[in-house]
Design a protein around this ligand. Structure first.
Ligand SMILES: [Fe+2]
Ligand SMILES: [Fe+2]
Length: 286
């Protein structure tokens, strides 16, 4: 077994990865949820620069439902192991969005009761249409496309996980950190599952590796972009991964792990996109 891959979880089969995921109790258990000290949220200041970041993350978490419905239309979603994973995964993401929303309210940033439907109706129609087309295209490639789907999902989950880590480090709000650490444990399990399934699917097929590498290098965009305006995605990246420090954090924790997927060695697309935004924003604000 490759030592480098050990931390990411190396399973022999897709079923092993699913069994591992299903055997894990939820990090956001009833006990965890009832232990969140909501009444202390307003005791600590929250820098306003993080409000748009929290709103973005909240919305993108709840948009998982839409992404889930899209995936169900593809061979990836019809794969019994992935389909079963996605049922629990989409519920977990939904709760993440709700916790972030509650945090915002407790911190004095009141949100509207209908925030979920309002955020969803703000998604450009173009996005829905493009995704419908995308799922038709992916259906043409059939199962061979699943490696690309899973690699894409792994990047998104890793980016989300590292985004939360950066957020609690930068915001220095103890209750937010407590909540985000709980959420991050679930994100870490998602990342491990996606990465492991991508590895298994890609390992078996060189054409699938080539297709996945091509798709990520040509079409990958940061999580949430498309459903949210690009300016908001850029703001989040610039705030969380700003400067050389932020970029090397991102490179170590996301890009280098993706490069360990079969057929992905030397692929720097993800790092470069993020660096392009984080450095450009930094220059513009000088
Ligand atoms: Fe999440
Ligand atoms: Fe996740």
């Amino acid at each position: 077994m490759d030592q480098m891959n050990r931390g990411l979880g190396v399973f022999e089969t897709e079923k092993d990865a699913l069994d591992w995921y299903e055997s894990k109790p939820r990090a956001l258990s009833k006990e965890f949820l009832s232990s969140i000290p909501w009444e202390k949220v307003s005791d600590y200041p929250l820098n306003k620069q993080f409000i748009p970041v929290l709103l973005y993350m909240r919305d993108v978490e709840t948009f998982t439902e839409i992404y889930y419905q899209e995936l169900l239309r593809t061979p990836t979603g019809k794969d019994p192991v992935i389909g079963r994973f996605m049922e629990r995964w989409s519920e977990e993401e939904q709760l993440h969005g709700e916790l972030l929303n509650r945090f915002l309210n407790e911190a004095g940033f009141e949100t509207r009761k209908e925030w979920q439907s309002e955020s969803k109706s703000a998604i450009p129609l173009r996005y829905t249409f493009e995704n419908y087309v995308t799922s038709m295209v992916t259906n043409l490639f059939g199962k061979r496309f699943s490696g690309a789907h899973m690699a894409w999902g792994a990047i998104n989950e890793m980016m989300t996980l590292q985004g939360y880590r950066r957020l609690w480090q930068l915001a220095e709000h103890p209750v937010l950190e407590y909540i985000l650490r709980g959420i991050a444990r679930e994100e870490s399990a998602h990342a491990k599952f996606y990465w492991s399934i991508a590895r298994l699917k890609l390992e078996r097929s060189v054409p699938a590796q080539k297709l996945a590498r091509f798709v990520i290098s040509k079409f990958w965009s940061p999580v949430g972009q498309g459903t949210k305006p690009q300016a908001e995605t850029d703001y989040l990246i610039a705030t969380l991964f700003e400067g050389a420090d932020g970029i090397s954090f991102f490179d170590r924790n996301v890009n280098q792990r993706i490069e360990r997927l079969p057929g992905f060695a030397g692929l720097k697309t993800v790092r470069e996109r993020v660096a392009g935004i984080a450095l450009k924003e930094a220059i513009e604000t000088i």
